[in-house]
Design a protein around this ligand. Structure first.
Ligand code: ZN
Length: 202
């Protein structure tokens, strides 16, 4: 849960819910999500990089999850952010670069953050790739069509068939030809792959 912030509120604004559970950021009484209108507005404001930048990455994942929960609860069908909705799929898969393919799974912002991660390993034995990114485990099983990882962003995005920056960083550590081969296979097969949390893997 996000910490108290210097510009956080001391309590609810006039006319707003008095129970913190109605806020995506309960500690600061921000991003009220008690109605479909407010949940949509929360998504719009929180997609603004200026507002997101006030929070740590884990805090952002927390707020995103609470806004998305509210949107789902109200049956508001709306994408995560403009960026994630842009799927560049007028291109031939074989002509897509590693960067194009990673943008597909990450969006441009996350790809930029993935590129900055130094602390990533991924090594391959047959159909199994295993590694660790910033202390988070990662297993990719090509035969079983399964990616197992564990972080707050993966928890939120993996259900939608999207990567977190750690998984992106791991692909960037592979030899380029190998990463390209796996991703070119993954894109058309993605409905059949399982993106899973470590704790849920048997
Ligand atoms: Zn991750």
């Amino acid at each position: 849960m996000p910490e108290r912030k210097p510009d956080g509120r001391e309590g609810p604004r006039e006319g707003y819910p008095k129970d913190p559970k109605h806020y995506a950021d309960p500690n600061n009484w921000k991003y009220p999500v008690h109605t479909p209108f407010h949940a949509r507005a929360a998504r719009r404001y929180f997609d603004n990089p200026v507002n997101r930048a006030k929070y740590e990455e884990e805090e952002q994942a927390y707020i995103d999850a609470r806004i998305d929960d509210a949107l789902r609860r109200f049956g508001v069908v709306e994408g995560r952010s403009m960026e994630d909705r842009v799927i560049p799929f007028d291109k031939d898969l074989e002509e897509m670069s590693l960067e194009d393919l990673l943008v597909f799974f990450l969006g441009k912002d996350r790809l930029r953050r993935a590129m900055k991660i130094e602390e990533a390993t991924l090594s391959r034995r047959g159909d199994l790739l295993e590694g660790e990114v910033k202390g988070y485990p990662l297993h990719i099983d090509l035969a079983d069509k399964r990616i197992v990882h564990d972080c707050p962003d993966w928890q939120r995005r993996s259900g939608g068939g999207l990567f977190c920056k750690h998984v992106g960083a791991a692909f960037l550590k592979l030899p380029e030809a190998e990463a390209l081969a796996i991703l070119r296979r993954l894109v058309p097969e993605r409905e059949r792959w399982i993106f899973q949390m470590e704790r849920d893997a048997g």
